[in-house]
Ligand binder design. Structure first.
Ligand SMILES: [Zn+2]
Length: 367
């Protein structure tokens, strides 16, 4: 299964490649990728702007504009459409179409606003943006329909663009994802005896990084064949917990040094050879009691996955994505989409659910 092919082809053919070849092929592709990573944004940022129907009309005599606006704002306020301007040149936005309960808009205005009888002409119904634009691109699109208010958010603009990470930072992300692949290869070689079908069906791995020191804190694997909830992200959270004197699940070989206890000892040795420039190990953990003894008011050591990044081969499922929210991860990076169970892009975007009490950012686009 793990034998090298007798003759290596210049161009790798997936049908004859060994798993070692496949892994190194992915690592090369990731390291040589020229494109920036893409943030997975909420639907309201990534989809085209949604619309609703409104009635508009021209004002016959310009001198009546301010009176008309005053009466309209008082008697027919725009409420949820408050992002829209009431006037565009000589045209006035009267009301949302859904509020009109008479056969024509003219009748509706006459009955609701008798003081504005005969002020308008050329009534028509148009589409307008139903929500305030959040990005410049959406603002431009919205303005084609109707004038609206817009407050640009510099960070959001950058996040939704194609140049979010500078090149030096991108190289770090690519290296950490490459480590996830290298670890997957190591796992396959050392544990899985027979692989049938797609190689990456047999393994999912993850790398947790403390970006404040650019150091790998944990490297974990999917173990769901032996334990139904031991998906790689769940294992990663448990491995991080080990570096903080916790952890619930036992491992094969672990380091006595708690800073390095999130990574299997044999794998750590292997990764140190393959990635000599990468740092491994967590910041020293100090318990609450130790902090108090040292006269510190707050917990100064790492806490769960707060401010940590996690790199996963595959988009995590709902259970793992939720667990990463509970663990307070700051950013999630994944390589392959999981069309069946993925909760951060494919089936849902759990990180964009407003009602949750923690939100991480999600990035993909390594290949
Ligand atoms: Zn999972």
């Amino acid at each position: 299964m793990f034998e090298e092919p007798a003759t290596k082809k210049a161009k790798l053919d997936p049908t004859t490649m060994t798993e070692k070849d496949i892994i190194s092929d992915y690592i090369n592709k990731i390291k040589n990728s020229k494109s920036n990573l893409q943030a997975v944004l909420s639907d309201e940022l990534s989809h085209t702007i949604e619309t609703t129907k409104v009635y508009i009309a021209s004002i016959k005599d310009k001198r009546n504009i301010s009176k008309a606006i005053q009466v309209l704002n008082e008697k027919l306020p725009l409420n949820e459409l408050s992002h829209l301007k009431r006037v565009r040149k000589n045209t006035i936005l009267l009301c949302q179409s859904s509020t009109v309960n008479t056969s024509t808009i003219e009748e509706y205005i006459d009955s609701k606003l008798p003081e504005l009888k005969d002020v308008f002409e050329l009534f028509s119904e148009i589409d307008v943006p139903s929500q305030a634009p959040k990005l410049k691109r959406q603002y431009t699109e919205a303005m084609k329909m109707w004038s609206c208010n817009f407050h640009p958010d510099i960070y959001l603009e950058k996040l939704s663009g194609d140049h979010f990470f500078p090149e030096d930072e991108l190289n770090l992300h690519r290296t950490f994802m490459a480590i996830a692949f290298e670890a997957a290869g190591w796992y396959l070689k050392s544990t899985v005896k027979e692989i049938t079908g797609d190689l990456l069906q047999a393994v999912n791995s993850s790398v947790v990084v403390d970006p404040s020191i650019n150091s790998v804190v944990a490297v974990s694997f999917d173990n769901r064949l032996r334990h139904p909830v031991q998906h790689t992200a769940m294992m990663a959270i448990d491995d991080v917990a080990r570096t903080q004197d916790g952890g619930a699940w036992t491992r094969k070989t672990t380091c006595n040094d708690s800073e390095l206890s999130g990574i299997d000892m044999d794998l750590l040795e292997h990764l140190r050879i393959k990635f000599p420039d990468t740092k491994f190990g967590a910041k020293k953990f100090t318990s609450k009691e130790e902090n108090i003894e040292n006269g510190e008011k707050e917990n100064t050591g790492p806490y769960l996955c707060t401010n940590y990044y996690i790199y996963l081969l595959k988009e995590p499922c709902f259970m793992c994505s939720m667990a990463l929210i509970h663990a307070r991860v700051k950013r999630v990076f994944f390589c392959f989409e999981n069309s069946e169970f993925g909760a951060l892009k494919s089936k849902a975007k759990l990180h964009t659910v407003q009602s949750l009490n923690h939100h991480y950012e999600v990035f993909t686009g390594f290949l």
